[in-house]
Design a protein around this ligand. Structure first.
Ligand code: SF4
Length: 446
């Protein structure tokens, strides 16, 4: 938890000497809490107080980086149990399982397929984050070769999955520059597996029942493995969700540093692809930072990535597109002009339907602070005056079309007459739902 000004004040000298540049120790504490000054601006703070403040200001969940380059991923550092309290910061990485038993050509093809899995949604690119390589062969050399092959064919970070320390060491040696995640510490192998992670300075997963995780985490740290991911392993989905929730509460409410790391869940269920994605979505919601799945059909990945996107956007900042004139296709002077709001979900729904109509069009996007049509209209953020102003702006849409005719959403048909008077444009009422747009635009063109 972030320190309050009062927590900080208790550790300051309270002499109000002003040498830090502010009039009182309390004022300095308030600035420090707001991250506006550094602690070393106070020359009189004791070493003991420094230690207390620094350790108390360490994030309750360590930020762990896996991979390198553009596709590296940062996990952890969350500060709240529920997204509406603030926001969740580091979205979970989705990993797709591949086996080192595949022959080389099949492995390359599968890795390339994983690389290619990305989707555009409401202006963002959603993609898979990891290749999770499992040592199914049980062969150390085969695992190391497969790790190298995966690395050579993907920018994505790699998760090495084996509980055999010798195999882990052989594979990690080949790709350690790319900072893979070592998924393999258990109670049985911790003495040697944690040392592999420590020697190579790589992040590692500890898998154990909930009650054993604190002790194993401490032991791994004592052995030098400081970047950890925790996996509570006992039971089915409800037990896992309960364990993840208990761990997250221990991190945030009790400040239990020994478990202050992100979590991983292996959700692989090759027999039931529907339940695999359902379960994975639940783990994304509470509170996994990495979820491993086996499926890579578009319906599986897109639905899971959409859940992740929805949970990990800031609930206080609606996702928005830039206001202005957008084009679909290659519109000309006779093309239709539609008007909508800058809420991403609204805009991209409209844009998708206009696009599927194959009628080149202009879409005029009004700045409604990221609210949808009816909400914006009710809050007076989508008004006749605003639309009229933009329709008649110099250098704007009026100079791109020969016919002054605008299509407004059916939900705000009530503004038709006033908008016509205010703007001088013909106003046509479009469909109430975006799905009606293709038929509507085609009928307009006839
Ligand atoms: S320099 Fe330190 S002791 Fe002096 S006012 Fe600032 S915080 Fe207080």
């Amino acid at each position: 938890m972030a320190l309050t000004a009062l927590d900080i004040f208790k550790n300051l000298p309270k002499t109000n000497c002003k040498e830090c540049g502010v009039p009182t120790c309390l004022a300095f504490a308030m600035q420090l809490a707001g991250k506006k000054v550094e602690l070393d601006k106070c020359p009189h703070v004791t070493q003991e107080a420094k230690n207390a403040l620094e350790s108390a200001s360490t994030p309750p969940i360590k930020l762990i980086t896996i991979g390198d380059g553009e596709k590296k991923i940062e996990l952890g550092n969350e500060t709240v149990l529920f997204r509406h309290e603030e926001t969740f910061y580091h979205e979970p990485g989705i990993a797709v399982l591949v086996s080192d038993s595949l022959d080389k050509a099949d492995l390359v093809e599968k890795v390339k397929t994983i690389n290619s899995k990305s989707y555009e949604r409401v202006g963002f690119t959603l993609y898979v984050n990891f290749v999770a390589l499992s040592n199914d062969s049980g062969d150390s050399a085969a695992f190391a070769d497969a790790a190298e092959t995966a690395q050579n064919n993907s920018q994505l970070p790699i998760i090495l999955m084996t509980d055999d320390p010798a195999s882990m060491k052989a594979a990690a040696e080949k790709i350690k520059e790319k900072k893979p995640l070592l998924y393999g510490i258990t109670a049985d192998n911790i003495d040697s597996m944690a040392v592999v992670a420590a020697e190579m300075n790589l992040p590692a997963v500890i898998s154990a029942p909930l009650d054993d995780l604190p002790e194993l985490s401490q032991k791994a740290q004592d052995l030098g493995a400081g970047d950890l991911i925790l996996e509570p392993v006992a039971g089915g989905m409800s037990k896992k969700l309960e364990d993840l929730t208990r761990l997250r509460r221990a991190q945030l409410k009790k400040n239990l540093r020994v478990v202050g790391f992100p979590f991983l869940v292996n959700a692989v269920d090759k027999d039931d692809p529907y339940m695999e994605i359902n379960r994975a979505a639940c783990y994304v919601a509470k509170y996994a930072s990495i979820v491993i799945i086996s499926g890579m059909e578009d319906w599986q990945l897109l639905s899971l990535l959409t859940v992740r996107q929805n949970i990990y956007t800031d609930p206080q900042k609606p996702v928005q597109v830039k206001p202005g004139v957008w084009t679909v296709g290659d519109p000309g002077p006779d093309s239709p002009v539609l008007v909508t709001t800058n809420f991403s979900l609204t805009y991209y729904t409209v844009e998708g339907e206009v696009s599927s109509s194959r009628v080149p069009s202009y879409i005029l996007v009004i700045d409604t602070e990221g609210t949808s049509v009816l909400t914006a209209w009710a809050a007076e953020k989508f008004t006749v005056e605003m639309i009229a102003d933009i329709l008649n702006q110099d250098g704007g849409i009026k100079e791109k079309v020969s016919r002054r005719r605008v299509i407004i959403p059916g939900l705000v048909a009530v503004m038709t007459a006033k908008l016509k008077d205010e703007s001088g444009w013909d106003v046509i009422v479009g469909p109430r739902e975006a799905m009606g747009i293709p038929k509507f635009l085609k009928s307009l063109a006839v």
